[in-house]
Write a protein that binds this ligand. Structure first.
Ligand code: 6PG
Length: 478
């Protein structure tokens, strides 16, 4: 065969990745379960590069140069396993199967192990950037063996996006499921970013009394500063959009129930297993869940609470500035928590993930691309063992400078009855980390009281138990 890469599964993501490879000078074998899609791709986009259409699995495999690199772009879950079962018997030792879907990293670990035993490299690749990114340059997070990256890396580098400094947004994340794990956390952070932006919008609308068009303008201004990011940019676009049918702001005619496909939920489930506090991401997932409980919301509408009182123009402008501070500070917390989770996953599975390089490949191509990721990259590059983003001097200073306004916004939201689970959870996390003493000591006392679960002391080594039901003397707890 002559094709350097093959793509099977030609729905929009697969088709656009295949086109991206071809536009960048690679010969691309293309295959789909129903051959009509393959023919359509070649008919419509055949002049963009060199495609080798294949109707059957055998034809597809034969079209690939060896070692074969075969990318699967089908729905995550059972369809992925079915395609692997179909192709694996046709492959030879050293060939590489690449899964570019949003797979759960535990599935990727299982598949990698099974295929490794058969001499085949399996590479789970996180791909972010949606349809546009797939075509023009996504951010790419490949896992799998270092050996597989030798043959695959150069191809991925051709199609990845370019960061502002010209670097391609792809890097080998680590073995087996590391790539899909990092993509999962990317999506968790994406949920948190979106929730924080939504809270900012809600406050500007209800407390500042701004119209969607005014809020679009506010976001456009913010986008020229430290919040410069793709999500802020598209938020302004969405808010400025007017519904054609009614002439109303688009955001006012959309049903206010947010859906989800599962990657945000996975992030939180795994964080619970790892014991990593990703409260910002969790609140974002729960906020979508609350929005979706229509009957519960309907039944609760009569509950008492304040009605937000709009501010005058000068107060509103001042408040908007405070919301920017709250949004930025909360965003720092989300990334702090997300990177903590990546480090915890890396430790748990022995991946040795380089956090600076994760931040580097998120600078362009992906949904959470943002100017400040370059500073996160710099922080982790300067100190690989940085305990937390909040231990970085610059981020610590920035969040410190924002904290008064951040508190004012959370307080105002509480008084005026506007839900801000993201801002509030982020602030509580910040305050918990700063606290000299936490009430966890009391929790330990309660646990020891009702369950003899023991506690440690601040002044002596060892574990202890108090005889709560007896004379309340202390005994050694071990
Ligand atoms: C990306 C996106 C993409 C998708 C997610 C989120 O990085 O390109 O994260 O993967 O938009 O699946 O979708 P939900 O909001 O439906 O979970």
């Amino acid at each position: 065969g002559t094709a350097q890469i093959g793509v099977t599964g030609l729905a929009v993501m697969g088709r656009n990745l295949a086109r991206n490879f071809a536009r960048n000078g690679l010969t691309v074998a293309v295959h789909n379960r129903t051959a009509a899609k393959t023919r359509a791709l070649v008919e419509e986009f055949g002049d963009e590069g060199t495609f080798v259409p294949a109707e059957s699995a055998e034809e597809f495999v034969a079209a690939l140069e060896r070692p074969r690199r075969l990318m699967i772009m089908v729905k995550a879950g059972d369809p992925t396993d079915a395609v692997i079962q179909e192709f694996a018997p046709l492959l030879e030792e050293g060939d590489v199967i690449i899964d570019g879907g949003n797979a759960h990293f535990a599935d990727t670990r299982r598949r990698e192990k099974e295929l490794r035993e058969r001499g085949i490299h399996f590479v789970g690749v996180g791909v972010s950037g949606g349809e546009e990114g797939a075509l023009h340059g996504p951010s790419i997070m490949p896992g799998g063996s270092p050996k597989s990256y030798e043959s695959l890396g150069p191809l991925l580098e051709r199609i990845a996006a370019k960061a502002p400094d010209g670097a391609r947004t792809v890097a080998h994340i680590g073995p087996d499921g590391a790539g899909h794990f990092v993509k999962m956390v990317h999506n968790g952070i994406e949920y948190a970013d979106m929730q924080l932006i939504a809270e900012a919008y809600h406050l500007l609308r209800s407390v500042a009394g701004y119209s969607p068009a005014q809020i679009a303008e506010t976001f456009r201004t913010w986008n020229t500063g430290r919040l410069d990011s793709y999500l802020i940019e598209i938020t302004a676009e969405v808010l400025a959009h007017t519904d054609e049918a009614t002439g109303k702001p688009f955001v006012d005619v959309v049903v206010d129930q947010a859906e989800q496909k599962g990657t945000g939920r996975w992030t939180v489930q795994i964080a619970l297993d790892l014991g990593v506090p990703v409260s910002g991401i969790a609140e974002a997932v729960f906020a979508r869940a609350v929005s979706g409980h229509a009957a519960l919301r309907e039944a609760s509408r009569g509950l008492p609470g304040p009605t937000a009182r709009p501010l005058d123009a000068a107060e509103a402008a001042r408040f908007a500035d405070q919301v920017e501070q709250a949004l930025y500070a909360s965003k720092i917390v989300s990334y702090t928590q997300g990177f903590h989770q990546i480090r915890a996953g890396s430790d748990e599975y022995g991946w040795d993930v380089d956090l600076g390089s994760v931040a580097a490949i998120w600078r362009a191509g992906c949904i959470i691309r943002a100017a400040f990721l370059d500073r996160i990259r710099a922080a982790f590059d300067a100190r690989h063992d940085l305990p937390s983003l909040l231990s970085d001097k610059q981020f610590a200073e920035e969040i410190g400078a924002a904290q008064d306004d951040w508190r004012a916004v959370v307080a105002t939201a509480a008084v005026q009855g506007v839900p801000t689970p993201g801002f509030s959870a982020a602030l509580s996390y910040y305050d918990a980390l700063r606290a000299e003493r936490l009430p966890a000591a009391l929790t330990q006392g309660q646990r020891d009281f009702f369950g003899a679960h023991t506690y440690r002391r601040t002044d002596r080594e060892g574990s202890f138990h108090t005889l709560w039901g007896g004379d309340r003397s202390e005994v050694s707890g071990a």
